[in-house]
Design a protein around this ligand. Structure first.
Ligand SMILES: *Cc1c(COP(=O)(O)O)cnc(C)c1O
Length: 381
């Protein structure tokens, strides 16, 4: 007789939706009633709510996190021949925003403890760069990876020294804090994603930009509607990138639960940290004392990572690798000329990290079971 294995997914989207389904249906119904599907009233309301949540003066909604990054760099004026400093250890969109504008990504390695862009290495790079290279550097684009903010004071300091604007890729970090300030509020502009697997996820794609600069906010609004303030009169060439009213309506409902869900993620992280504290083979995530981590992902390092992942799968436990190939080693960027060994901390992270289930809908018992199973597997090898 077969025993049925309990399967634990990385995230269970229908289970997340169930408790708030009635509220979501009401919000969707209101959009059906008014019919203003493009930049309807819920979009402006959601922009205000996100600006208040992040502590910025403005928020401008767009179609995705990828577009938010693209719009931010477009508004700065990044173009062919320009350079943008960023991390090679992130989701692809961080870098494609740079290359789509004809600019060159300058990859700087990560801090292996936090997985975020190493501010000291950025400083070293700029100190060694030629005057032309410094002049061509139009932005620094750190990522608040996995839900923990990069070292923003150090990055802002070096950026200010050279007069380079900073843009935060905060796609994984809504509500994350650094020295009491929220992600997206510590630079010229923050870029957010509402992809369903983010801490605040829509029922499809969505994105947002946050800024305290009113000229910059106006530029972003112009660029997201084909560069036209008045319909059919185009001041600049923009793109079509708007958040659907329907998504804004859904996200407004879910935003009310975000803090509760973040607390739940932090409680799950605490369970992992407790059960796995003495497991020598496993490196747990480091929460910097300056930061409030929101755990979009719970990342461990483990030797023979791929075998461990397989053994977890055999035990019915889903896990994921974010990200198996660092961006400087992606096939599409071969022409940039980076080699294996150029950015060793990013390469080591790509080879050894594993993401465990941490979504708010998981029960304590499931997390304890995952942690105990992982401990057994990792200690055996
Ligand atoms: C999800 C993500 C993006 C892209 O967001 P989309 O909404 O999927 O386009 C960009 N950067 C990082 C770090 C992300 O995690």
């Amino acid at each position: 007789m077969e025993t049925t294995l309990k399967k634990i997914p990385l995230l269970d989207v229908p289970a997340q939706t169930r408790p708030i389904r009635a509220e979501l249906e009401k919000a969707i119904g209101r959009v059906l009633d008014h019919g203003r599907y493009i930049l309807g009233p819920e979009v402006a309301e959601f922009e205000k709510a996100v600006a208040a949540y992040c502590g910025t003066k403005f928020a401008v909604a767009c179609a995705s996190g990828s577009d938010a990054l693209l719009l931010a760099l477009m508004a700065i004026g990044v173009g062919p021949g320009d350079r943008v400093i960023t991390t090679p250890y992130s989701f692809f969109a961080t870098v494609s925003a740079i290359t789509r504008l004809g600019a060159t990504p300058v990859f700087i390695d990560i801090d292996p403890a936090t997985y975020n862009l190493d501010a000291t290495a950025v400083t070293r790079h700029l100190a060694a760069a030629s005057a032309d290279e410094v002049r061509a550097t139009r932005a620094i684009l750190p990522v608040h990876l996995y839900g923990q903010c990069a070292d923003m004071n150090a990055l802002n300091e070096v950026a200010a020294r050279y007069g380079i604007p900073v843009v935060e890729d905060a796609a994984q970090a809504i509500g994350a804090e650094y020295r009491g300030r929220r992600a997206g509020a510590m630079s010229l502009c923050g870029c957010f994603s509402f992809f369903p697997s983010k801490n605040l996820g829509g029922m499809g794609d969505g994105g947002m930009l946050t800024t305290n600069d009113d000229t910059f906010a106006a530029k972003l609004r112009l660029l997201r509607t084909h560069g036209a303030e008045k319909k059919y009169y185009h001041r600049v060439v923009g793109i079509n990138s708007r958040l659907d009213t329907l998504q804004a309506a859904i996200l407004l409902v879910k935003l009310r639960y975000l803090d509760e869900w973040t607390e739940r993620r932090r409680a799950i992280a605490a369970i992992y940290n407790r059960v796995l504290a003495d497991t020598r083979a496993i490196t747990l995530p480091v929460e910097s004392p300056e930061c409030r981590h929101i755990y979009n992902q719970f990342i461990v390092r483990v030797p023979r990572r791929d075998q461990v992942r397989e053994a977890l799968a055999e035990a019915g436990i889903a896990s994921e690798i974010y990200y198996p190939v660092p961006l400087h080693r992606q096939e599409c960027f071969a022409s940039l000329g980076y080699q294996t060994g150029d950015l060793p901390h990013s390469e080591a992270a790509a080879a050894s990290t594993l993401a465990l289930p941490i979504s708010h809908e998981h029960a304590d018992a499931d997390i304890e079971h995952i942690a105990a199973t992982l401990e057994r597997i990792a200690s055996k090898r």
